[in-house]
Design a protein around this ligand. Structure first.
Ligand code: CA
Length: 233
């Protein structure tokens, strides 16, 4: 199956170059040049991945991302022009899976797209049952590894794929401390060219969802200057 990538970018030459790059790598591409059209195309055409520029006419990329996340978990990579947008882009409420700062190399972007699609595909194929799958319970949190589902007090949480992968990775080895670098390598799954802030931000998002008090976490614990671990309660 050829994956379809939706490119939402108002600068026509950039959009064209991206389209060309991914078409050459064997992907189908769709292009939108403003926020509302991008959102429409995402909801109607159901692409396998969305490249979403932050600064767009009509509706900015952050709002488009939030709207998409109301109904879809499609992998989203935000294209940001400024380093200082990164925290906002990866912010709690947005739900993007990754970001890349302009100017980026086609090779780097392609690597990230491939990694996200591979992950999404692996998650969608229920072909052979994996080992170590099942249900992990700690306190009032239940992680159903096969169904990609996390519940707190019996209520299903709205969780992105990346948050799930990170939680699962930590929870499968409770009490084991992992450095940010190790988490990046194992959860993000490729030679990550960004920085470890990505891990911190994703941890923060997870805590907002699974902890009673995110400032006093009981499940995902910070080991100062080392990393994080999952606390089995
Ligand atoms: Ca733009």
């Amino acid at each position: 199956m050829d994956a379809t990538i939706l490119i939402v970018e108002d600068e026509k030459n950039i959009n064209d170059v991206l389209g060309f790059t991914f078409a050459k790598s064997g992907y189908k591409t769709l292009s939108a040049y403003d926020g509302p059209t991008g959102l429409d195309m995402c909801l109607n055409e159901k692409p396998d991945l969305v490249l979403l520029d932050v600064n767009l006419p009509g509706m900015d990329g952050m709002d488009v991302c939030k709207q998409i996340r109301k109904t879809s978990n499609v992998p989203i990579i935000m294209l940001t022009a400024r380093e200082d947008e990164v925290d906002k882009v990866l912010g709690l409420e947005l739900g993007a899976d990754d970001y890349i700062t302009k100017p980026y190399s086609a090779r780097e972007l392609t690597a990230r797209v491939k990694a996200l699609l591979r992950r999404a595909n692996a998650d969608n194929s229920n072909s052979e049952p994996k080992e170590n799958t099942g249900i992990i319970t700690s306190g009032d949190v239940t992680i159903n590894v096969d169904r990609y589902e996390v519940k707190k007090n019996g209520k299903t949480l709205d969780i992105t794929l990346r948050e799930f992968e990170l939680l699962k990775f930590l929870a499968e080895a409770p009490d084991q401390i992992f450095s940010r670098e190790v988490l990046l390598e194992n959860v993000w799954g490729y030679e990550y060219l960004g920085d470890v802030r990505t891990v911190d931000v994703t941890i923060r998002r997870l805590r907002e969802k699974i902890e009673d008090d995110p400032s006093m976490p009981r499940y995902i614990i910070t080991k100062r200057s080392i990393g994080y671990y999952f606390n089995k309660i």
